[in-house]
Design a protein around this ligand. Structure first.
Ligand code: NAI
Length: 452
């Protein structure tokens, strides 16, 4: 008998198992593939490893501008993939060690929830039935495959790839068609463009980078276009035929072909085949319904991470997992989403937290926008040639608090947490202006923007 069984060992699952073990709960974590989940094995971490190699390559190719002459620069995708596999392996080992250090039992098997008896929940895995007082569902999400004719066949035949296969290609495709100009599509478009593929992004909306600020999306598109990526916007993919992607734009049918096609039009919670029906958990639009304490409708059953469909980001999953465990341990804790940052790791990076101009307008908020060029930062100027980076800060006029920050440019991903802190702690703008930022750093643009 366990206190807690966690089903799924991705960011939500392994962090909550660690916290539970640390808090003294007898915990079993069941994972059918590799601990670390999509993020560590075929998402966040491998993509960042690849993008780092591409960044070095970009700098080397353009080194002359910086007074560095690299006459013959070459790229070895095989080595890059080997290095990526090595990074993933080390981190998976790290997660396993952390689980062990926190007394968590790890079972690598397919889990199936069987139901409940008087003492607790029953979960079958690897031919045995395990029992626990509490259950945490952390089964994550899978690739969304819409019913587009030819798509399923393309995936089966290998002409169409998902985030999983695209991160392990040992040969750089001559051309790549990306279906969906969201986070995965843009990061992979940026990578394969840098390493030599002819990349075309087909996006249904009139803008790339979906929920991001309009102006930042435009700057990102312009920047990537100048590097050779082609964008076809307002184009709904209607058919895949071998290596051809057929789409509808302005009422006309057109097509584009590529040696490989990437499918990146979103993900959906993994809720099938795990036996949720056996405990009658409430579902809505394919996701497990949770409250702010990550509780489901069934007492003792919690859900965290992509499976609840709320934010679909690894860093949210970590915190949701912690919130669930704190509540199990009797420490009331709630999940707040207003200061969850989001990042696109293209080159340049885009980072955002809180409201954008359009969400603030939709909510009828009274706000001021402070906008500044990142060229105000000496470090940004010292390191960047193009100089198209900007920072936008939204200030609530009534409370004089920051309600949103968007940054495009180098280091955006590392700076944004500070902005999140300012939003979450509701720090008065006057107090932020009195803070001393390290100089020269790109982060100074936040302070400077407030004086503009
Ligand atoms: P996404 O939701 O970011 O973007 C999907 C895009 O596909 C949208 O712009 C949508 O308009 C477009 N689209 C939908 N149907 C289409 C059609 N028939 N034809 C053309 N375009 C179409 O989804 P994505 O990029 O697959 O990412 C999945 C999830 O993974 C997201 O929730 C994302 O937050 C997460 N993720 C986060 C990363 C990060 O934080 N850096 C990195 C990678 C993924």
């Amino acid at each position: 008998m366990y206190d807690l069984i966690v089903v799924g060992g991705g960011p939500a699952g392994y962090i909550s198992a660690e916290r539970a073990g640390h808090g003294g709960l007898k915990t079993l974590l069941i994972e059918k593939a590799s601990v670390g989940g999509v993020c560590l094995n075929e998402g966040c971490v491998p993509s960042k490893t690849l993008l780092h190699s591409a960044k070095i390559y970009d700098y080397a190719k353009g080194g002359e501008k910086y007074g560095v002459c690299c006459k013959e620069v070459s790229y070895d995708q095989d080595k890059v993939i080997d290095r990526k596999d090595g990074v993933v392996k080390k981190l998976v080992g790290g997660v396993k060690a952390a689980l062990k250090a926190n007394n968590v039992e790890l079972l690598e098997a397919d889990a199936h929830i069987k139901g409940k008896d008087k003492e607790g929940f029953l979960v079958e895995a690897g031919g045995q039935v395990y029992k626990a007082k509490y259950l945490l569902i952390a089964t994550g999400s899978g690739v969304l495959v819409p019913p587009i004719p030819g798509l399923r066949e393309g995936l089966d035949e290998g002409a169409v790839l998902t985030n999983k296969e695209i991160l392990s290609l040992r040969e750089i495709p001559e051309s790549l068609v990306v279906i969906g100009g969201g986070v995965i599509g843009l990061e992979m478009a940026s990578y394969y463009n840098s390493v030599g593929s002819k990349v075309t992004v087909v996006e249904m909306l009139e803008k790339i980078a979906g929920q991001n600020d309009e102006e930042l999306s435009r700057i990102l598109q312009g920047n990537l276009k100048s590097k050779g990526i082609e964008f076809i916007l307002g184009a709904k993919v209607t058919k895949v035929d071998g290596n051809k992607v057929v789409f509808e734009k302005e009422g006309k049918e057109r097509e584009v072909s590529g040696s490989k096609i990437l499918l990146s039009i979103g993900r959906r919670p993994t809720t099938e085949g795990i036996g949720l029906e056996n405990i009658s958990v409430n579902m809505k639009r394919g996701a497990v319904v949770t409250d702010e304490q990550m509780k489901t409708n069934i007492p003792g059953v919690y859900a965290a991470g992509d499976v609840n469909g709320k934010s679909m980001l690894a860093h949210t999953a970590y915190r949701e997992g912690e919130v669930a465990i704190n509540n199990i341990l009797g420490k009331k804790d709630i999940m707040r989403y207003q200061a969850v940052p989001s990042v696109i790791y293209t080159h340049p990076e885009v980072a955002s937290v809180g409201e954008t101009e359009s969400t603030a307008k939709d909510k009828g908020l009274d706000f001021t926008v402070k906008k500044i060029s990142n060229n105000y930062s000496g470090r940004y100027m010292a390191e960047n040639e193009r100089g198209d980076g900007i920072t936008k800060i939204l200030i609530d006029n009534e409370y004089d608090r920051i309600i949103g920050v968007q940054i495009i440019g180098s280091y955006a991903s590392e700076i944004i947490y500070g902005a999140g802190l300012m939003i979450e702690t509701e720090l008065p703008v006057g107090d932020i202006k009195e803070l001393v930022f390290p100089h020269p750093t790109v982060s100074e643009v936040i302070r400077e923007a407030l004086f503009s």
